[in-house]
Design a protein around this ligand. Structure first.
Ligand SMILES: Cc1ncc(COP(=O)(O)O)c(C=O)c1O
Length: 381
């Protein structure tokens, strides 16, 4: 091997060895996982492709069509429109662009429960929306309260979340959709986290709420790089109407395709290929099984954490387990855990710490984590 390449590889491996790995089970707060080897293969096979131009790379467009047909079935629809994106942030941006472009968007106001993801706040700032936030006290938004806000502010768009980032709450999508329909408000459901969990857990009877394109829902975002086992970046935005998707496309006469859709220009075709491969490999049954396994492991984590003295645990709705210690400040606990090699995230709204059970987590990871936490708490007494 060329000496220079060997040197670079050796340095790369040095960095790699120092990098935390998901399979070690210590990255407990992040909504990321190690991608499936088939998804990585698919991604690498199409590493040269730019999905910014589906004219040249029309095979990717065909794959995307197949993805949309399959996901439409999961969401009880015959045909949804959509676009593979770089993830939840881009998908959420696109929903706001779609809403903004509609002729009935009189007031550039976005109405959201205060549990909404930061990407909506970012999008509203960058797109010049006024954000009206409904206080929820860490509960799913009350539809009656949301309706009052709709009457008062006449928003252009409302965004609710199916699987909130901090607690995994599911806003009442069906009820809000009724309101959105009645008042002709564009409604987007941010299911970046919950999109590959909720339909399956509902089917299994583990949660009370389903996620569908109820009349009134205009778009839904779902991330594949969270629970879909594809490499980062990969998400999808789904639309009921084609026009709303077209509203996110901008003329680019110099290209063969003639337009750019979405926020990115050049974009990884590997994302499309890897989602296609995972959908073919797992299918509905595979993701159903995975969602249920993660749910069970979250319940197991909840029960184990409850046994630690002075730890209060929130009962998980989706596979997110939030806990806090009655005496030790949560930020202190967070950094003590970091010192032990554990990476949790915060749920600042309840001053707690967040464990997100992801597809790579196993019981042994949880047992070891609980042991470390128990020891840490004992030492602090
Ligand atoms: C509910 C929700 N929406 C959107 C996002 C943003 O997704 P991404 O990081 O893929 O842009 C996240 C990320 O955690 C999320 O939890």
């Amino acid at each position: 091997m060329n000496k220079k390449i060997a040197e670079i590889i050796s340095k790369l491996l040095g960095f790699y060895n120092e990098t935390p790995k998901h399979y070690e089970g210590k990255i407990l707060g992040s909504m990321t996982t190690h991608p499936h080897s088939l998804a990585v293969y698919a991604y690498n096979l199409f590493i040269h492709t730019n999905y910014g131009d589906p004219y040249i790379f029309s095979t990717l467009k065909n794959m995307e069509d197949e993805i949309l047909i399959e996901i439409s079935k999961w969401y009880g629809e015959t045909k949804l429109y959509g676009y593979i994106t770089s993830g939840g942030t881009e998908s959420n941006f696109l929903s706001m662009i779609s809403a903004m472009m509609k002729s009935n968007c009189k007031n550039k106001i976005v109405l959201v429960p205060d549990t909404v993801h930061v990407s909506i706040i970012k999008a509203s700032k960058l797109l010049g929306f006024k954000l009206i936030s409904i206080p929820t006290n860490n509960s799913p938004v009350d539809p009656g309260v949301l309706e009052n806000y709709v009457r008062k502010y006449d928003p252009c768009i409302t965004v609710v979340t199916a699987g909130t980032t901090e607690l995994g709450l599911i806003d009442p999508v069906r009820e809000v959709a009724k309101i959105a329909f009645e008042y002709s408000v564009y409604m987007h459901v941010d299911a970046a986290y919950g999109g590959l969990l909720i339909p399956f857990l509902y089917k299994a009877g583990k949660i009370k709420q389903d996620l569908k394109f109820y009349e009134g829902v205009s778009s839904i975002s779902i991330d594949f790089h969270k629970n879909g086992l594809t490499p980062i970046p990969s998400g999808i935005i789904l639309y009921k109407n084609k026009d709303e998707l077209e509203n996110t496309c901008f003329e680019a006469n110099y290209t063969l395709y003639g337009k750019y859709c979405g926020l990115l220009g050049t974009r990884p075709g590997g994302s499309v290929a890897s989602i296609w491969a995972m959908i073919k490999y797992f299918g509905y049954e595979g993701y159903y099984k995975q969602a249920n396994n993660m749910f069970e492991l979250a319940r197991y984590t909840y029960e184990k954490l409850q046994k630690i003295k002075d730890i209060y645990v929130y009962k998980p709705i989706l596979p997110i387990v939030v806990f806090k210690h009655r005496k030790i400040p949560y930020t202190e606990l967070l950094y003590r855990l970091v010192q032990k090699g554990y990476y949790l995230y915060k749920s600042p709204s309840v001053e707690g710490l967040r464990v997100v059970i992801m597809p790579h987590h196993r019981k042994e990871h949880i047992d070891e984590f609980v042991r470390v936490l128990q020891k840490l708490v004992n030492e602090r007494r």
